[in-house]
Design a protein around this ligand. Structure first.
Ligand SMILES: C=C(O[C@@H]1C=C(C(=O)O)C=C[C@H]1O)C(=O)O
Length: 252
């Protein structure tokens, strides 16, 4: 009987070794899990898009980004996961939330960090995920103007000579600090047109005249930078962002 080429190359019965069978079964299990993750992820994206429509119109006063809600989503997942998975869960949920936000409009991020640009850029990428459109820029004032017009957010270095942060008390009072990057003592801050009640829970950011004297009452305080007698600091004092004098935001 004549044999076709196909039959010669692929014998009819392929004997799998027990190891190959076990591997194939595990991969089938992963495929089934992936199908479930995909269905749930797409369902979540659709809900996020609907949430976006329930917020301000695109021309509304604040960006769609809600740091307080993102903090709640993340800490809920971190409190439920196994400790050994915490790092993976945190990064994955930053991505998930980043794509949820992108369904309401892609987030534009302008990063200005002349001293440690890659550190600030990496901080922004980890925070906002692959969904964000992140650009390095040369002028912090232009990045602040961009954020103030509601086009996106700015990530600006504070370990520099440029005391852009003084403007948060004056011309940029519509902007709030909502995150910090670079470690326990941040070297760059994220700033945006964030609804003050939607700022994260945690340390407040204050810009005050007259050095780094502290708030009294024993609240812990970390000075970040000082310029011509003005200081930007983090404090554990219970100040209300947008209401307390000098409180220009909060970071988690
Ligand atoms: C879905 C929302 O919008 C954005 C996306 C979020 C998410 O995907 O979980 C959370 C907060 C917002 O930045 C929301 O505000 O609930």
């Amino acid at each position: 009987m004549p044999h076709s080429n196909v039959q010669k190359v692929w014998p009819e019965v392929v004997e799998l070794t027990p190891e190959q069978q076990a591997l194939a079964a595990l991969r089938a299990e992963i495929d089934a899990i992936d199908d479930q993750i995909l269905a749930l992820f797409e369902q979540r994206l659709a809900v996020a898009a609907t949430v976006g429509r329930a917020k301000d119109a695109p021309t509304g006063p604040h960006t769609k980004l809600r740091p307080d809600r993102e903090q709640t989503v993340l800490s809920r997942m971190l409190s439920k996961c196994r400790p050994e998975n915490a790092e993976a869960v945190e990064h994955l949920w930053r991505e998930i939330v980043g794509w949820g936000l992108a369904r309401q409009g892609r987030l534009q991020v302008q990063v200005w960090a002349p001293i440690e640009p890659t550190r600030a850029y990496d901080g922004a990428r980890l925070r906002f995920g692959a969904a964000a459109d992140i650009k390095m820029v040369r002028d912090p004032q232009k990045a602040l103007a961009f954020a103030a017009e509601g086009h996106g957010v700015a990530v600006l270095a504070i370990n520099t000579e440029d005391a852009w942060w003084m403007g948060l008390r004056r011309e940029w009072s519509m902007l709030s600090v909502f995150d910090g990057y670079g470690g326990e003592t941040p070297t760059s801050l994220a700033v945006g047109k964030i609804d003050p009640p939607a700022l994260p829970k945690g340390r407040r950011v204050v810009v005050t005249a007259g050095g780094d004297a502290g708030d009294g009452g024993g609240a812990r305080r970390w000075g970040l930078n000082t310029h011509h007698g003005w200081t930007i600091a983090l404090t554990e004092a219970e100040l209300t962002p947008g209401e307390a004098e000098g409180c220009v935001g909060a970071i988690g």
